[in-house]
Design a protein around this ligand. Structure first.
Ligand SMILES: Nc1ncnc2c1ncn2[C@@H]1O[C@H](COP(=O)(O)OP(=O)(O)OP(=O)(O)O)[C@@H](O)[C@H]1O
Length: 239
């Protein structure tokens, strides 16, 4: 590979793991989860992570998102090594470069859908006047124009997840990390929310890394990796 090609590839890496390992230690209890994981997520790429219960998928996602620290190796987000940052710097990078969608929506119950989606923009310092139209446009895009003033308790399960997707994408992050983002929805609604995430990934150019138990949904993404026995293996589309 020539130098300029190598540089272009480097610039397109959104998340990089090198020799990543995690072992939980609590007193005498030592739980090794994985070691020596290598992963490059490229700009705009969609990656599914599958694996048996307890394989370490959520643990991996937490490390990618800087929500937990590695026992060995390194995670870099947008070219910055997580371990080299202070807690405040890591928080800032997380807010600017990443979005999160969980199985349970984690919307703030006392705020409306519009306020929830504005929140990440306000946290990174945007004014209400700028944040409001951006949040509104994304809520329009996910089909919630008629629900802007509803609080999470006044939305259906699918509507709540669509609001959560809008909240994750409103800062136009380099990557959205999803932990079973459709795991709490019926099959049809799950499929619709999944499709919406893929469409928005294409429109905005955000990479997606999604943990899912559902291999049928996983196949709709660019790449599927299986975490098994502490290793990440690519799955062919025939698996
Ligand atoms: N805080 C913790 N302290 C100790 N062990 C933990 C902790 N969190 C997770 N583990 C252990 O690490 C292993 C991986 O857990 P993790 O939640 O990452 O698995 P998972 O693949 O996401 O599972 P599932 O599909 O069931 O959600 C499990 O054996 C779990 O018991």
């Amino acid at each position: 590979m020539n130098d300029s090609l190598a540089k272009t590839d480097e610039a397109n890496v959104v998340i990089r793991c090198r020799n990543l390992g995690k072992t939980y230690r609590e007193g005498d209890l030592v739980t090794p989860v994985f070691e020596n994981l290598q992963l490059d997520v490229m700009k705009g790429e969609t990656v599914a992570i599958v694996g048996a219960s307890g394989a370490g998928k959520s643990t991996l996602l937490h490390l990618l998102g800087g929500l937990d620290s590695a026992s060995s190796g390194e995670v870099s987000v947008a070219g910055q090594a997580m371990s080299s940052l202070s807690d405040a710097q890591r928080g800032l990078l997380r807010n600017r470069a990443l979005g999160f969608v969980y199985q349970f929506h984690h919307l703030l119950p006392e705020f409306t859908a519009l306020e929830n989606v504005m929140m990440p923009l306000l946290i990174v310092g945007e004014s209400v006047a700028k944040a409001r139209p951006k949040a509104q446009a994304l809520l329009d895009r996910v089909g919630l124009t008629h629900r802007l003033g509803h609080k999470p308790g006044e939305l259906s399960g699918g509507e709540r997840q669509r609001a959560a997707v809008a909240r994750a994408l409103v800062t136009r992050p380099a990557c959205v990390l999803g932990d079973e983002p459709t795991g709490n929805l019926d099959e049809k609604t799950a499929s619709n929310v999944f499709e919406l995430m893929i469409e928005l990934n294409r429109e905005i150019g955000t990479a997606l890394v999604l943990v899912t138990h559902d291999r049928r949904l996983a196949r709709r993404l660019d790449r599927t990796l299986e975490l098994t026995q502490g290793r990440l293996h690519p799955l062919s589309t025939l698996d």
